[in-house]
Design a protein around this ligand. Structure first.
Ligand code: ATP
Length: 246
């Protein structure tokens, strides 16, 4: 087996006396798209925050390794410097600047207009959007696509995307998966957090989460089949989510 880019080793995270992650272990391999699939409240976002190093998500037990280095005690900024990005954490200070400027700031490397245009094309937006402002005149879907283009330009070793399909239509999902494939070129990796089994099925490998634990690890297809046949809302969350049996 290839050496892991990210190795989460039996972590337990407690918040307000509740174990929101219990002995969770996952591996993300270089050049792969890994999926974390689970219903509402399964602990998916908490896992993303823990990997990113948010202050209230320090593991009580276990360790996190990135490129072989123990990063359990490192803060968000240090982890970001090492090459971990959690998408959709864009600060409001970007509001009002041009799309071109936003993309330029997002990129780790010095980029020109042609790279920005390429990134916009990957999310099916014309280059004329470079002149637009990042503000309320953009539709929710356009904004999401521009955010995806910026995530692409960040060129991170590991990009974590929490529910990447929210706010974009189904047709665009195929484009987004193409974008993720491009993001895994040159050994970079993507970790997708999702409650949709059709999104997880596009990954190279998936994990199924339930009530803060990993209940299954395997090929995306095996996890998808198990999810469809076995998973129903956990009784403790069924009332909150309004979901029906899957
Ligand atoms: N500070 C907290 N105190 C108590 N419980 C918490 C806290 N933060 C999260 N939780 C609980 O931990 C569980 C996991 O939450 P999390 O947001 O990680 O789930 P999720 O799988 O991302 O769900 P969703 O798909 O709905 O976003 C939920 O039951 C949530 O209510």
């Amino acid at each position: 087996m290839k050496e892991s880019l990210l190795y989460v080793d039996e972590i337990t995270v407690v918040r307000d006396d509740k174990e929101i992650l219990k002995d969770v272990s996952i591996r993300v391999l270089p050049g792969e798209i890994t999926g974390i699939l689970g219903r509402n409240g399964a602990g998916k976002s908490s896992l993303a925050y823990t990997i990113m190093g948010l202050p209230n998500y320090r593991p009580k037990k276990g360790a996190i390794y990135f490129k072989g280095q123990d990063i359990t005690e490192l803060g968000i900024t240090e982890r970001a410097r090492l090459g971990i990005t959690l998408a959709w954490q864009h600060p409001a200070r970007y509001e009002g600047i041009s799309v071109a400027e936003y993309l330029r700031i997002s990129s780790r490397d010095k980029i020109g207009e042609s790279q920005m245009e390429e990134a916009l094309a990957l999310v099916q937006l014309e280059s004329s959007y470079l002149k637009r402002k990042v503000d309320k005149t953009l539709s929710g879907g356009e904004r999401k696509r521009i955010e995806l283009a910026s995530v692409y330009l960040m060129n991170s070793r590991l990009t974590i995307l929490d529910e990447p399909d929210s706010g974009v239509d189904l047709l665009a999902m195929a484009d987004i998966i193409n974008l993720f494939r491009k993001m895994t070129e040159n050994g970079r990796s993507v970790l997708i957090i999702t409650h949709r089994e059709d999104v997880a099925s596009q990954c190279d490998r998936s994990y199924l989460m339930c009530s803060g634990s990993i209940v299954l690890e395997g090929t995306a297809e095996a996890v998808r089949r198990y999810f469809l046949s076995q998973c129903m809302p956990c009784p403790e969350h069924a009332g909150e989510t309004g979901e029906t049996e899957g």
